[in-house]
Design a protein around this ligand. Structure first.
Ligand SMILES: Cc1ncc(COP(=O)(O)O)c(C=O)c1O
Length: 218
């Protein structure tokens, strides 16, 4: 299975950190700090005025996290990326950014179980309805879509590895004005680049193939 760009460009792996290349290190150093200092009062003023973009506090901007975000954006062919503390925090923040009480989400069935739980608990409490569809059945997806605010996809899906035509599903979502989101953790950008297939937003659990060694959660 490869959906998206035909060839994965290995050059895309050598990205952002070329620019900073701190200490000529091959592996970028980890910037383990919450706060950053200013070299002068004027620099602090211009930063808080928004004239200068630089790290102030790690939750907002941290050089290590920023390198991760730039690398991921490059791999996914995205405009930009945001790093979160976990895949579930990326999923909940992304979905909650677009839906409001009274809205409806269409989701493919067999999404990652904690996404399913999020949809069945918090979303219900917020009066957000979730309609599940078989992602292999494009007629059913089309039928469910009118009025949906967001279309949540995962392909291959969790546990049963159901594969969908992501480009065709994204086109259905777009036609109905839904924001399209996909969890691309299983395929990884090596095998599937959803943005090139028309999907608006891609989320990942980096503890899977992005991290690769079962030693990261992001
Ligand atoms: C497909 C998929 N999406 C999302 C998640 C959630 O990610 P995290 O555990 O980093 O919160 C997982 C975790 O197992 C997953 O397998």
């Amino acid at each position: 299975m490869n959906q998206g760009n035909d060839l994965f460009d290995p050059a895309s792996l050598i990205v952002a950190h070329d620019e900073t290349h701190a200490f000529e290190a091959v592996v970028p150093p980890l910037v383990q700090t919450s706060l950053f200092t200013f070299s002068s009062y004027d620099e602090m003023v211009s930063t808080y005025r928004g004239e200068k973009v630089r790290p102030v506090y790690t939750r907002g901007l941290n050089p290590t996290v920023r390198l991760f975000e730039e690398m991921l954006a490059k791999l996914e062919g995205a405009e930009d990326a945001l790093g979160f503390a976990s895949g579930m925090s990326a999923i909940s923040s992304t979905v909650l950014s677009f839906v409001s009480p009274g809205d409806r989400i269409v989701a493919v069935r067999h999404v990652y179980p904690d996404a399913f739980r999020l949809f069945g608990t918090f979303m219900q409490r917020m009066n957000i309805e979730v309609t599940y569809v078989d992602g292999r059945d494009e007629a059913a997806v089309e039928k469910a879509m009118p009025g949906a605010k967001l279309f949540y996809m995962e392909s291959p899906t969790s546990w049963v590895m159901e594969a969908h035509d992501v480009g065709a599903l994204a086109a259905i979502g777009k036609r109905h004005g839904a924001v399209t989101v996909i969890d691309n953790s299983w395929a990884s950008p090596v095998f599937q680049q959803p943005i090139s297939l028309g999907v608006d937003l891609v989320v990942h659990s980096a503890s899977k193939y992005l991290g690769g060694h079962s030693d990261v959660v992001s």
